[in-house]
Write a protein that binds this ligand. Structure first.
Ligand code: ADP
Ligand code: MG
Length: 225
């Protein structure tokens, strides 16, 4: 789990720097905010199967996407360039801030693994007027969609593996130093399914990978503010 891995990383840094109060303070505050996020997440997971549609509003997709990058802290290698490309004035969509944040963190951590310390990571939001034909997970029907795209210039995924990446415990990192659990994408899949989001993947070996989250736009837009 990405929250846990950020907490684990922070405790390691604290352990390695017993004489550096500044480092310890920053890490402690990161741990606190992750614990906070974890408890909100659990609440969201427990609550949202019962929640009615009106409670599942996500007024600002841009903000969730923009906030993802600072959450990564120093898991972001210096030679990875990050571009965040949001569109102003996106419509209100169905969703849960916490779950979308978790989906994005999982996709971004995978992208970073795939780039092995060097490359271009792009997070993009855009309106989608037509659904792509080949969704891996079909989005709930709506008049319009917002797409959030996480794109990397990493190792890519072979066609054999592409059909398996969303299976629980499927990982190609079992023997690497990164010790994959193979649970990241199955969590992404389950969250998207619960939320009525669609998923798409495009990948080319040695060139990179793009995951697209397809978020249905609410039919009746509530008034702004
Ligand atoms: N952006 C990506 N680029 C290349 N391969 C990826 C990417 N995202 C996922 N994968 C592949 O999908 C597998 C499953 O991902 P995931 O469920 O997050 O498990 P883990 O990251 O623990 O291995 C990874 O082991 C990797 O082979
Ligand atoms: Mg992963």
């Amino acid at each position: 789990n990405s929250i846990l891995s950020i907490i684990r990383g922070s405790t390691q840094i604290i352990e390695a720097n017993p004489d550096n109060p500044d480092k310890i303070r920053t890490r402690l505050s990161r741990i606190k905010s992750m614990v906070e996020q974890g408890s909100t997440l659990v609440k969201a997971m427990l609550g949202f199967s019962r929640a009615d549609d009106a409670a599942l509003l996500l007024p600002d997709v841009n903000a969730v996407v923009t906030e993802t990058v600072p959450l990564l802290g120093d898991r972001l290698p210096p030679e990875v360039t990050v571009t965040v490309d949001v569109k102003e004035g996106l419509p209100v969509v169905h969703g849960s801030r916490e779950l979308l944040q978790q989906i994005l963190i999982n996709l971004v951590l995978n992208a970073l693994d795939a780039m092995e310390g060097r490359g271009q990571l792009t997070l993009r939001c855009q309106r989608l007027h037509r659904l792509p034909g080949n969704q891996i997970l079909p989005a709930a029907r709506a008049e319009e969609y917002v797409a959030v795209i996480v794109e990397d210039t990493g190792c890519g995924i072979s066609p054999e593996n592409l059909s398996r990446i969303f299976e629980p415990f499927f990982t190609t990192k079992a023997f690497s130093t990164r010790h994959g659990t193979g649970l990241g994408l199955s969590m992404v899949y389950e969250f998207c399914k619960e939320l009525g989001y669609g998923l798409n993947v495009r990948s080319e070996l040695r060139r990179g990978t793009a995951f697209t989250i397809i978020i249905p736009v609410l039919n009746d837009q509530p008034p702004a503010g």
